[in-house]
Design a binder for this molecule. Structure first.
Ligand SMILES: *Cc1c(COP(=O)(O)O)cnc(C)c1O
Length: 471
C-alpha cells in the first residue's frame, strides 16, 4: 500500500465508520450469531498472494459486522457503558499513525508529557488533591494488581522483591467486600498472597462492605499473627454500584497502616460531578485509586487511570532499569515504563486529550447528569410499579430490578421468569441488558450511559421489559 492508497482507503473507512455509527440503531444490539459462524466466513489458510484491501469495507459488512455486539448502540444497557467517542476514535487513528513507543521519555517525549498533562487535568476534574499523581494503565485489573504488588512490597520492607515468596514468615492479608470485582481475586492470586489470604467481607442490605465485620476480621488476623496488608474498597461495585464506607476504611488504614486501594473503575467518572463526590469521601487517604475513562467517560478501550499518592512505591517495584534503557535525562523526566507492568506503551493519552478538547469538562458533566437523571427516571418507574422490585439503591447509572408477580413467591420460579424476560429482551435485538444473580436472587441489571442513550431509549426499554414480563 502506498501513501495515496492509504489516503483513499483511509477516507473510505472513516466514511464506513461514520455510516455505521449513523445507522447503529438499525442493528440488533446483541450479536445474534452462533459459535463458529464468523470463523466459517474466513479461509482456513492465510492469503498466499497479495489481495489488496480495495474490498475491505464490503468484507467488513459481510464477515465482521454480524458478529459485533453494538456497545455504542443507544439501547446497550448491558455490563457497563463502553463509550468510544468520535474524538477518541480519531485519537487512536493518530496514535496508530505515529506508531510511537512511549516506554521512556526519550523514545517519544510527547507521549510521556501529554500523558502527564492529561492525568493532571483528570486529577483536577475529579477533585483529587495535588498529592496524587496519575499514570495510564491498560485496565483496572492491571492497576489493581500493581496496587497489591506495591502493598505487598511496602508491608514487607521490599523483602518480597528480594526473597520473593520465601522472603517473609508473616502472612500478609488482603480484604475486599464480597461484592468486589473478580479482578481483585485475580490480583491477590497473581501477586502471590494466595487465595486463602484474601478475605471477602460480607456486605449490608445496600451491598456495601460492613465496616464492623472488616474491623473484626482485622482484629482476628492480628491475633493470629497475620498482618493486614491491603484493603480494596469499591466505589461502585460491578453488581449494583454499591459504595463501600471509604471514610471508615480510611480510619482503619491509618490505624493499622495497610495499603488502601480504591476501585472506582466505573463510578470514578461520576466524580467529575462535584455533587457526586460525597460518594468517595475519604479518598484522600487512599494510597491508590483506579478509574476507567474507557467505560463511561468516552475514551475508547483501553485507558485506565491509576492515581497514586507516592509513585516511589510503584517505581521501586516496577523499575528494571537495564543499561540499554538508561538515558541522559533520567533524573529530570519520568520513564513511565517504571510505572506499570509492560515495557512498551502506546500513546493512549491522545484519546483523553481529544475527548476533553472536544467536549470540555462542562460538556462531559452535562452528559453524565443526563445519564444519572435517566437512571432516576427508571428507578421511579420500578418503584411505582406493583409487580417490579428494585434490589439495590441507585446512586449512579445502574438500576437492578426483577419482575415479581404477586402469585410468584418461589425463588426458582422467579429466577426462571426473570431469565426468560432477559432472554426475550436480548434476543429481540432492540435492547440488551445483563441478567445476573445478587445474593441468590435473579436480577435484571440495567446499566445506563451509552453516549447516544437519551430518555426515549430508556422509556423504550421499560416498555420492552413490561411486554416481556407480561407474556
Ligand atoms: C469494570 C470493572 C473492573 C475491571 O475493569 P478492567 O479495566 O476491564 O480490568 C474492575 N472493577 C470494577 C468495579 C469494574 O466496574
Amino acid at each position: 500500500m502506498d501513501h495515496d492508497d492509504f489516503r483513499k482507503l483511509g477516507h473510505e473507512l472513516v466514511d464506513w465508520i461514520a455510516a455505521y455509527r449513523e445507522g447503529i440503531e438499525g442493528y440488533p444490539v446483541m450479536s445474534p450469531v452462533k459459535p463458529g459462524d464468523i470463523r466459517k466466513a474466513f479461509a482456513a489458510a492465510p492469503p498466499r498472494r497479495p489481495e489488496g484491501l480495495a474490498d475491505i469495507a464490503r468484507e467488513l459488512d459481510a464477515k465482521v459486522l454480524p458478529g459485533i455486539t453494538h456497545w455504542n448502540h443507544p439501547s446497550f444497557f448491558a455490563y457497563f457503558p463502553s463509550n468510544t467517542s468520535y474524538a477518541s476514535i480519531l485519537a487512536d487513528l493518530v496514535a496508530a499513525g505515529l506508531g510511537a513507543q512511549g516506554m521512556s521519555w526519550q523514545t517519544s517525549p510527547a507521549a510521556t508529557e501529554v500523558e502527564e498533562v492529561v492525568m493532571e487535568w483528570l486529577r483536577q476534574m475529579l477533585g483529587l488533591s495535588p498529592a496524587f499523581t496519575g499514570v495510564i494503565h491498560d485496565t483496572a485489573s492491571t492497576a489493581t494488581l500493581c496496587a497489591l504488588l506495591c502493598a505487598r512490597e511496602r508491608a514487607s520492607g521490599y523483602g518480597q522483591n528480594r526473597g520473593g515468596l520465601q522472603g517473609t514468615a508473616t502472612k500478609l492479608m488482603v480484604y475486599a467486600s464480597d461484592q468486589g470485582h473478580s479482578s481483585i481475586e485475580k490480583a491477590a492470586l497473581l501477586a502471590g498472597f494466595g487465595k486463602v489470604h484474601l478475605r471477602l467481607i460480607e456486605t449490608d442490605a445496600d451491598h456495601a462492605l460492613r465496616l464492623d465485620l472488616l474491623n473484626a476480621a482485622i482484629q482476628e488476623d492480628i491475633a493470629l499473627g497475620r498482618r493486614p496488608c491491603a484493603v480494596v474498597a469499591a466505589i461502585g461495585t460491578t453488581g449494583t454500584t454499591a459504595l463501600d464506607p471509604l471514610k471508615g476504611i480510611a480510619e482503619l488504614a491509618a490505624k493499622y497502616r495497610f495499603w488502601l486501594h480504591v476501585d472506582a473503575a466505573l463510578a470514578g467518572t461520576a466524580m467529575v460531578l462535584p455533587e457526586c463526590r460525597w460518594m468517595w469521601e475519604g479518598v484522600e487517604a487512599a494510597d491508590s485509586v483506579v478509574l476507567n475513562p474507557h467505560k463511561w467517560m468516552g475514551t475508547g478501550f483501553d485507558l485506565s487511570a491509576y492515581f497514586v499518592r507516592d509513585p516511589q512505591h510503584l517505581i521501586r517495584v516496577m523499575s528494571t532499569n537495564p543499561s540499554y534503557l538508561r538515558t541522559a535525562q533520567d533524573d529530570e523526566v519520568k520513564n513511565l515504563r517504571d510505572w506499570g507492568i509492560p515495557l512498551g506503551r502506546r500513546f493512549r493519552a491522545l484519546k483523553l486529550w481529544f475527548l476533553l478538547k472536544d467536549l470540555g469538562v462542562e460538556g462531559l458533566q452535562a452528559r453524565l447528569r443526563r445519564d444519572l437523571a435517566n437512571a432516576q427516571w427508571l428507578r421511579e418507574q420500578v418503584d411505582e410499579a406493583p409487580d417490579w422490585e428494585r434490589l439495590a439503591p441507585v446512586p449512579l447509572q445502574t438500576v437492578c430490578l426483577r419482575h415479581m408477580p404477586k402469585t410468584m413467591k418461589d425463588e426458582p420460579l422467579l429466577r426462571a421468569h426473570n431469565l426468560a424476560i432477559a432472554e426475550r429482551v436480548n434476543n429481540g435485538g432492540r435492547a440488551y441488558l445483563t441478567p445476573s444473580v445478587l445474593k441468590g436472587r435473579q436480577m435484571l441489571r440495567v446499566s445506563i450511559g451509552a453516549e447516544g442513550t437519551e430518555r426515549r431509549h430508556v422509556e423504550a426499554l421499560w416498555k420492552l421489559l413490561n411486554e416481556a414480563a407480561g407474556r
